[in-house]
Design a protein around this ligand. Structure first.
Ligand code: GLC
Length: 425
């Protein structure tokens, strides 16, 4: 790509970000997702930081204004009424002053805030705003290890597939089969009106998603009870890696801002988790796997969630093995990184998190590989991501075999990642 093409792409990405900007928060895309999503917002802020630092800080601050008293940061904040999305506030019934969902999402905030802070041109304002966010992010991390690791194993569990951010991954299939489908109140999906049903989760999966929501609602969203009461408790390697990275980044930031005690607590959380994570390594797959906490068994499913730990400071040898696994996957797909191993018969190139490539995931993997010195594979991932954008625009996700754009269009976090990739390329 030459400089002019780059400039053009930057303009287009900024246009998407601005189009989806609602003033103090940004929607992932019009129609399909009309509210604020947790990890989307943190990635979005990184993109906004290139053209409006103040606006980038606001994006994350808005999210944390809706943090629960117990420390949890919800996965959706329903700032406005919009019947175009299901399940809305009437289904969640979390009783929050501004309606929110009752579950969380990957803890990207610590990483994003550190990055915003380091890049900030307005140093003074960045220090003030980062310092105000520090205790809030720390409270969220504490919540994770208290509420989602009640036996102090070092790793946290998700209790709903939506928490992982990889909604319908093959990783969840076996455990999810234990979640009942009976007794779910009748409902009408909205996602399939905005996107091709063949690219979205199935009806049976949706029944189970909703069964869990109803179950937790019946327990009044009391996080001291939800983990143990959930028939779905999965230790997702990718999810934990993001939390570890956020703990490490928050610790560095805290040191810089003169908060050594907060830094030390987060460093300890990260060290314990990194040691525990190693039990999820699979030599035959050359990657990490998820653990089903209720059966105590590793889940035999080679998804991208098991490559994401490279985003955390894992051992060099593990990072190198992950790089080799990605090279293997690259031989089977035109675009990397597919969200599931194409060699697995369950791989589905077009269905959401069961095969398609996602730019935010590419970004985290490339960032981790670069830090581990695997710069060649990192550059391949960046190149592949930019090829996808050039060929297929700012889609929600892409078929890794053909590059076809899938799901929603003019997608916010995809645009934000393009700005990041162009800087790295
Ligand atoms: C889907 C994705 C999730 C994302 C949300 C909004 O639910 O699986 O990761 O946060 O859309 O973009």
């Amino acid at each position: 790509m030459n400089a002019r093409e780059n400039d053009d792409l930057i303009d287009k990405a900024v246009e998407v970000l601005k189009e989806n900007d609602r003033g103090t928060y940004t929607v992932p895309t019009k129609g399909l997702y009309p509210f604020q999503w947790n990890w989307d917002s943190c990635f979005t802020a990184l993109g906004q930081g290139y053209y409006d630092e103040a606006r980038a800080w606001t994006e994350i601050e808005t999210l944390f204004q809706h943090q629960w008293p117990d420390g949890m940061v919800p996965h959706i904040v329903f700032h406005v009424r919009d019947d175009g999305y299901f399940p809305g506030p009437d289904v969640w019934q979390t009783g929050r002053p501004t309606a929110t969902s009752g579950i969380t999402q990957p803890a990207v905030a610590g990483f994003a805030v550190r990055r915003l802070y380091e890049r900030a041109k307005d140093r003074e304002s960045a220090a003030v705003r980062a310092r105000a966010l520090l205790p809030k992010i720390d409270a969220w991390h504490r919540w994770f290890y208290d509420r989602r690791d009640p036996r102090g194993e070092g790793l946290v569990a998700i209790i709903h597939p939506w928490e992982s951010g990889r909604d319908n991954s093959i990783d969840w299939d076996a455990a999810f089969a234990r979640v009942p489908t009976h007794g779910v109140a009748p409902y009408q999906r909205r996602d399939t009106q905005h996107a091709d049903p063949a690219h979205r989760p199935t009806k049976e999966q949706y029944d189970r998603y909703l069964w869990l929501v109803q179950h937790f609602r019946g327990l009044c969203w009391d996080n001291s009870r939800l983990h143990d009461a959930s028939p779905f408790q999965i230790v997702d390697a990718g999810f934990n890696a993001i939390l570890i990275r956020s703990c490490v980044d928050l610790a560095d930031l805290a040191l810089d801002l003169g908060e050594p005690a907060l830094a030390e607590t987060n460093r300890q959380r990260a060290s314990k988790a990194i040691a525990a994570l190693d039990a999820l390594w699979s030599e035959p797959h050359g990657q990490y796997l998820c653990l089903d906490r209720l059966t105590g068994e590793l889940i035999d499913s080679a998804s991208v969630g098991g490559l994401m730990p490279v985003f955390a400071p894992i051992a060099k040898a593990r990072a190198a093995a992950i790089a080799r696994t990605i090279e293997k996957r690259a031989a089977a797909a035109r675009f990397i990184v597919p969200s599931h191993d194409p060699a697995d018969p369950r791989f589905d190139a077009k269905r959401y998190w069961r095969g398609p490539a996602w730019l935010v995931v590419n970004y985290m993997i490339a960032d981790g590989l670069t830090a581990a010195g695997e710069t060649e594979v990192a550059a391949r991932i960046t190149g592949s991501s930019l090829d996808l954008i050039e060929e297929s625009g700012f889609a929600e996700y892409y078929d890794p075999l053909t590059g076809e754009p899938l799901g929603g269009g003019r997608f916010t976090w995809t645009a934000a990642m393009v700005l990041e990739f162009l800087r790295a390329a």
